[in-house]
Design a protein around this ligand. Sequence first.
Ligand code: G6P
Length: 469
Amino acid sequence: MAVTQAAQGAQVLVASNRGPVSYTVEDDGSLRAKRGGGGLVSGLSAIGPDAGALWVCSALSDGDREAVRRGAGEDGVRMLDIPADVHADAYNGIANSVLWFVHHMLYQTPLEPVFDAEFRRQWASYEAYNRAFAEALAEESAPGAAVLVQDYHLTLVPGMLRELRPDLRIAHFSHTPWAPPEYFRMLPDDIAGQVLRGMLGADRLGFLTHRWADAFTACCERFAGGLGDTRIGVHGLGADADFLRARSHEADVEERIVALREEIGEGRRTIVRVDRTELSKNIVRGLLAYRQLLDDHPEWRERVVHIAFAYPSRQDLAVYRDYTAEVARVAEEINERYGTEGWRPVLLHLKDDFARSLAAYRLADVALVNPVRDGMNLVAKEAPVVSDAGCALVLSREAGAHEELGEDALTVNPYDIVETAGALHEALTMGPEERAERAKRLTAAATALPPARWFLEQLEALRETGGRG
Ligand code: G6P
């Protein structure tokens, strides 16, 4: 398809599946915009529309599609209305059921990939979806512009975009882990090659930790003849301390603190987790570790509450729906077995509520972050910053955040329930001085690279590469 270049064009472009804003159609037919959260959104807002920055993303809701139809989107955002079946194949089928599973090494019998004709059909949609992004970016970019492509949904975009616009400076950033070669090779050879070559179309590739960057480099050495001209950078996205501290003292958060205190009961300690209900977050084993704690240390019964927020995610996929049900089942089992008149051992909430998450962080004595594998995990960074008393952190060695926070966290093997229960006990019994000392160091490490600097650092590095055109 021919690409027409915008007369002016943007100087800085970001591309991601999920964008910074989403729309709903109100009863009176008007559109209501809701700002998305997350590091990338606050990172990009530091650049601002004045700098000519443009964010290209998918229209994900009916409201988004309506906004596209009416041409009513926000300045600085272009939503692509990709046909629903193509998007479903690319997002649910390939990105979230195959690439996410490969990089998080989530496959296990009987949930193993079957690369059949259906997979090939979905892959063609993934290509079409990536091409739609590449063409939109090619159209919208000013000569020599910097384009920053995000995540595993868009691995083919850098290569496609380079063919369309050799003058651009192109970066790609992975917010996930990267699989080691022995696991990555599970993908069919031609698909693995396409993914790696697609990424290597970029001038710079960014990862959250050295571990993921090294795994990517190893995959390229094994399966793609090396990195070629592409540079690799590690940028460990940190928490936004100023935003979090201010936001967590607003009235809606204070209200939720009052409500949560009521639910917790007088004088009890808290173990807090906040996650998307996501297989890699290991929520069920977290609950089992809490149950183990109550068995191994009955002195904690009635004296501790596990606040577990498990927000809905990717509910189009059966495996996520099943996992959500399993989380609810195990939490209920613990409550039935151990609960008493005045004590509910697990407070499980499944409805997304950012203000309530901040309220839980503020009340946290212990934060539990035990993923089986995670690109970074911002909860591990946010909880110590926000907690009023300085919380202790029980942290999986498999979270990217462990590379930066490992020294002051209590490290666990996420598969080891007994060890995790022991770490929870240690965290609960840690003296207040030691806890505060550790929380201070955790906070410093967690906020070392706030989102705006994280973004600018990559933009500057990309501009310094000089491009290939
Ligand atoms: C991870 C991915 C992001 C994604 C987010 C939420 O953090 O790296 O790209 O946006 O999960 O998942 P969702 O499928 O709801 O966008």
